[in-house]
Design a protein around this ligand. Structure first.
Ligand code: NDP
Ligand SMILES: N[C@@H](CC=O)C(=O)O
Ligand code: NA
Length: 820
């Protein structure tokens, strides 16, 4: 035999009752005997309390509320019961409703609503629902009858939450079930005292009824039918990837329910748990789903964490002071006073220094708690031995729960590391000695992000999700998007990494979606419905979205986003960017960004700042980290200039070559940044800073190679016109060098004295820079370890594909850092 319990939503309407009946009829057809415990139709218990309160306060509107209750049940009957049987059912229900009306009239006249009257009032909910369900079952051929639990469940006469007399109850239940074969549709929640007065079983009363009947009848399983697919790993409204658990232990279920997962309320299931009766949580609206089994063992031994639960709103209260140290009885005074004041504590922590005791309460209890403590420790506070009570609001608790965490190292480390990497700081920590639960108190605004990040770490280790915000979808950003699109399938299937583009913008439009855009679309289609773009607003929105595992990708050329890097990093969002400005403007800002990344433990990556996709900055950082000392750096650092001077030959027009370089994606959006030496100056400055030299932009000397008129041209088009006028000048320099058997190169140098220069040099055929081709960059590091033979890095140093690929690689690096 089994006991099945259906909650208020399951029996909340005619349609739902039909669904319940079809489940029950299947049981009958399979020859499986069941006892069915039902709740009142959803919302009815609250209405019964309210109608009583209105009547007691002399408010005549109780009558309309009563009508409302009546019509809910009559409508349900009319929808369920066929016409020829309706009159009998309606007659019974009317009788009950008349009783209810009489009782309410009495309450109205007396203006008094005792706990005893409240119990009677509330009992009508279950008495009505169980009768209607039994009638409907009979109609569809299931042999069923209502069992008013007041006949068998005996309690003391403490109203509003009576104590069950198990000896009498158990024998009455077994006797009753021994005398009938009909399916019993039992009123949950209600009972009666020895003298026959109606009592109720308190919070979670129908679950309690199910446990009482299950234990008395020694059933093999109790099924709790609700409206969700069993117990889920976490709240699916917050974490869309939450899924149903196959099995958990009674203790785990207890912990989950303590911290918010309201599917079952295990304390009420104690009678069944004591007898080791398995519970199964099932979904009335998805009956083929097997549900979650709750037994004495946790199951799924390889899962250290079974669930993540949370309480969204709590306040943290701290009592501190030197007067607490080594003084016995402080906690007993504190907790005793709070208990007397009716305050229930959700979590308590005390460091071994004994200097502070911190505990969490519901925000509605925080003012009361403060007052109680101030009264209890009045003298100590007056003498300064105890500090004023601290109350912190806008906090949440989240807890990871699992029996298998016991003695398994690394679980808490994972919890803290995931929170840390997502910029969530922890206000308090508690772990019970049972090691079943590690609870942390965090800022409420971070709860959503934290639950998602932790769920990913603990439950989706075979699938990680990175939330990417892309500012700038021009040459580099657009190419990057194409590369991400082409590689998405591979990353998902081979690397278990999903790249979610959740924000995107160019200079005109910006769009956001916390679920991520379909990146199989072209960038214009993604941006199509965007709002007006603004870098500051983009960043603001990104910070406000507060998504876990976020990365900001800046593929714009200007300063508008750069100014916000420090703020972004301080908001615990990692950055990758090909934009060189942050690292090559003031030293102060460069250091601030580095410090912000370090402080928040996030990544700030910019390998493509020098040599595009070539590994230059990474190796340089590795040399320094491993204790090497950079002595000198020399380099061809501009892909554009390299291409120009590698290709420039007799009979060619220099201005035409510049146009080609632009078309090939080598130049900056304004090619004068390349030709004027600004871009190279930025790069040598960045290398110098990475090598440990604290240089300002003004410390880099640049030999001008462009005539002033080119630099002064108001637009890029005007510049090209002016450049044509300078063709002769460039041809002259080229021819002179050729005569000497040399080639022209723009060489950037950081010398032994830490002086940075950019100069046009004519190099001979023996020089390593002589033989470069295409957009080749070459960087030569002379260091203490690479002294006689310097470390040389060479390869294409500009272009959309190689640059975007460098940024892409960094996105994945950030993903691996955040998620592992
Ligand atoms: N080309 C190369 O080989 C390399 C380039 N880089 C760097 O890559 C970066 C991008 O260069 P590139 O792609 O060529 O430049 P583009 O001009 O082609 O693209 C820039 C993108 O940024 C957008 N944009 C500009 N300002 C804003 C703003 N304020 N808010 C939002 N979006 C904005 C533009 O919008 P819209 O489309 O509306 O104009 C465009 O989508 C530069 O910093 C460059 O130095 C680094 C290494 C190598
Ligand atoms: N415009 C730059 C691109 C890379 O930083 C160059 O030409 O090197
Ligand atoms: Na690079």
């Amino acid at each position: 035999m089994k006991v099945l319990k259906f909650g208020g939503t399951s029996v909340g309407s005619a349609k739902n009752i039909q669904q319940v009946a079809s489940i029950l009829s299947d049981y009958q057809q399979n020859g499986q005997r069941v006892a069915v415990v039902v709740s009142a139709m959803s919302g009815i218990t609250n209405k019964l309390i309210e109608v009583g309160e209105r009547a007691a306060s002399g408010d005549e509107t109780y009558k309309s509320l009563l009508k409302d209750i009546e019509s809910t049940h009559l409508t349900c009957i009319r929808e369920l019961i066929e016409v020829r049987r309706q009159s009998k059912t309606i007659a019974f229900v009317k009788l009950l409703l008349n009783d209810l009306e009489d009782i309410l009239r009495g309450i109205f006249l007396l203006k008094e609503l005792s706990l005893r009257s409240l119990d009677i009032l509330q009992s009508f909910g279950e008495r009505l629902s169980s009768f209607i369900i039994a009638e409907y079952l009979t109609q569809i051929g299931v042999e069923a009858e209502q069992l008013d639990a007041r006949k068998v469940v005996r309690t003391n006469a403490v109203f509003g939450g009576a104590k069950v007399d198990f000896v009498t109850t158990n024998s009455a239940i077994t006797k009753h079930f021994g005398e009938t074969d009909k399916m019993q549709i039992v009123t949950g929640f209600v009972a009666s005292s020895e003298s026959g007065e109606t009592t109720t079983l308190g919070r979670g009363g129908s679950d309690y009824s199910a446990a009482i009947f299950g234990a008395a009848l020694n059933v093999k399983e109790i099924e709790i039918w609700t409206d969700v697919d069993g117990v889920m790993t976490t709240d699916p409204r917050v974490v869309p990837t939450a899924f149903s658990l196959q099995q958990l232990s009674y203790e785990e279920a207890m912990e989950m329910s303590h911290f918010g997962a309201k599917v079952i309320y295990p304390p009420t299931l104690q009678p069944a748990i004591k007898k080791n009766i398995p519970l199964r949580i099932r979904n009335t609206f998805n009956p083929s789903f097997p549900g979650t089994l709750v037994t004495s063992t946790s199951g799924q031994e390889d899962w250290p964490v079974k669930g993540i639960s949370s309480i969204k709103d709590i306040s943290l209260i701290t009592l501190s002071g030197s007067g607490l140290i080594g003084v016995p009885g402080v906690s007993s005074r504190l907790f005793g006073a709070l208990a007397r004041g009716g305050v229930s504590m959700i979590l308590i922590t005390q460091a071994s220094s004994e200097h502070t005791i911190t505990f969490a309460v519901a925000p509605t209890d925080s003012i009361t708690s403060k007052k109680i403590i101030e009264e209890e420790f009045f003298n100590e506070m007056a003498s300064g031995k105890v500090n004023p009570v601290e109350v912190e609001d806008n906090l949440s608790i989240l807890a990871i729960i699992g029996e298998n965490m016991k003695e398994r190292p690394g679980v808490a480390a994972k919890l803290f590391s995931a929170l840390g990497k997502n910029g969530v700081s922890i206000a308090a920590i508690a772990q019970g000695s049972s090691e079943l639960n590690v609870s942390v108190v965090i800022e409420k605004k971070h709860l959503h992000k934290s639950l998602n990040a932790l769920h990913e770490i603990f439950f989706l280790s075979d699938m990680a999700e990175l939330n990417v915000f892309m500012l700038g979808l021009g040459l580099i950003g657009g190419t990057l998007l194409n590369q991400m699109r082409d590689q998405a399938e591979y990353l998902l299937t081979e690397r278990n990494l999903r790249l979610n583009v959740v924000g995107a913008a160019n200079s005109k439009k910006m769009v956001f979606s916390d679920k991520g855009f379909d990146i199989s679309l072209e960038k214009d289609a993604i941006l199509a419905d965007g709002e007006e773009s603004n870098a500051a607003l983009f960043v603001e929105k990104m910070i406000e979205m507060n998504l876990p595992n976020s990365v900001f990708v800046d593929c714009t050329p200007g300063e508008s986003a750069v100014k916000l890097y420090e703020k972004i990093l301080l908001s615990s969002i990692s950055i990758t960017t090909p934009n060189k400005i942050a690292n090559s403007s003031s030293l102060d800002y460069y250091l601030k960004c580095q410090a912000a990344a370090k402080r928040r433990g996030v990544k700030f990556l910019y390998e493509t700042n020098v040599g595009a996709g070539l590994p230059v900055i990474g190796p340089l950082q590795d040399l320094r980290r491993s204790g090497d000392k950079i002595i000198k750096i020399e380099g061809i650092l501009s892909g554009t200039l390299s291409y120009l001077f590698n290709t420039f030959a007799a009979g060619m027009k220099f201005s035409e070559l510049v146009k080609q370089a632009k078309e090939m994606g080598y130049t900056e959006p304004d090619p004068r940044d390349d030709l004027g030496g600004v871009d190279v100056a930025r790069k040598i400055l960045i290398l110098a800073r990475e090598a440990g030299y604290h240089l300002e932009p003004s410390d880099v000397t640049v030999d001008p190679i462009l005539p002033q008129a080119c630099l002064d041209a108001p637009t890029v088009d005007d510049f090209f016109v002016e450049l044509e006028n300078a063709n002769g000048l460039f041809e002259k320099k080229r021819a002179e060098a050729e005569l000497d058997g040399k080639a022209l190169r723009i060489v950037a140098t950081l010398d032994e004295e830490g002086k940075a220069t950019v100069a046009l040099e004519a190099v001979d055929s023996a020089h390593p820079f002589y033989g470069l081709v295409g957009s080749d960059n070459m960087v030569v590091f002379k260091s203490r370890r690479y002294f006689n033979e310097p470390l040389v890095i060479r390869g294409p140093g500009a272009g959309a594909e190689v640059t975007a690929a460098g940024v892409f690689a960094e996105i994945i690096t950030i993903g691996n850092f955040l998620i592992n």
